[in-house]
Design a protein around this ligand. Structure first.
Ligand code: TYD
Length: 141
């Protein structure tokens, strides 16, 4: 992905999912390359997070992610050097799409928050940019 392309991407996209509800309750489906625009290589979830904890603090070189608060709520601070944005994830019907150049920090986790993350790549510590100075060097034009 070249820098010019990354510059044209909006800081984040909220995708509204279709809820297949009936009298029994709700059901939501996420399909790779359909609901979300990438192959899903990895799934993890963050839960039991203490309220005062702020986590994340990184961008990526390649990994794209989709974040869903399947229970409870949390906030996400996003920064792609063009724009900064705070997003409230408070519904299992909202998917937040993160591009590699979205520096992200998650905070204000409710006690019951289960934050589900779908990722486009396998875990690779080398794909993390944890130093904001380096992040700026990589993604500023
Ligand atoms: P970490 O990156 O610190 O989480 P966050 O960015 O939300 O603060 O991840 C915590 C630990 O889990 C760290 O030792 C790396 C490990 N980890 C994996 O082994 N595989 C994974 O897919 C993820 C996301 C983390």
């Amino acid at each position: 992905m070249n820098k010019k392309y990354l510059k044209d991407i909006d800081i984040s996209k909220i995708i509204k999912v279709n809820v297949l509800g009936d009298e029994r309750g709700s059901l939501t489906v996420i399909e790779e390359n359909n609901t979300i625009p990438f192959d899903i290589k990895r799934v993890f979830y963050i839960y039991g997070t203490k309220n005062e904890v702020r986590r994340g603090f990184h961008g990526h070189y390649k990994t794209r992610q989709a974040l869903i608060s399947v229970a409870g709520s949390c906030k996400v601070h996003l920064d792609n050097l063009q724009r900064k944005k705070e997003v409230l994830l408070d519904s299992p019907e909202k998917i937040l799409l993160l591009e590699p150049n979205d520096w992200h920090e998650m905070y204000d986790f409710s006690k019951d928050c289960v934050l589900l993350v779908l990722a486009s790549h396998y875990y690779d510590p080398e794909d993390y940019i944890r130093d904001y100075e380096v992040f700026m060097e990589v993604y500023s034009s």
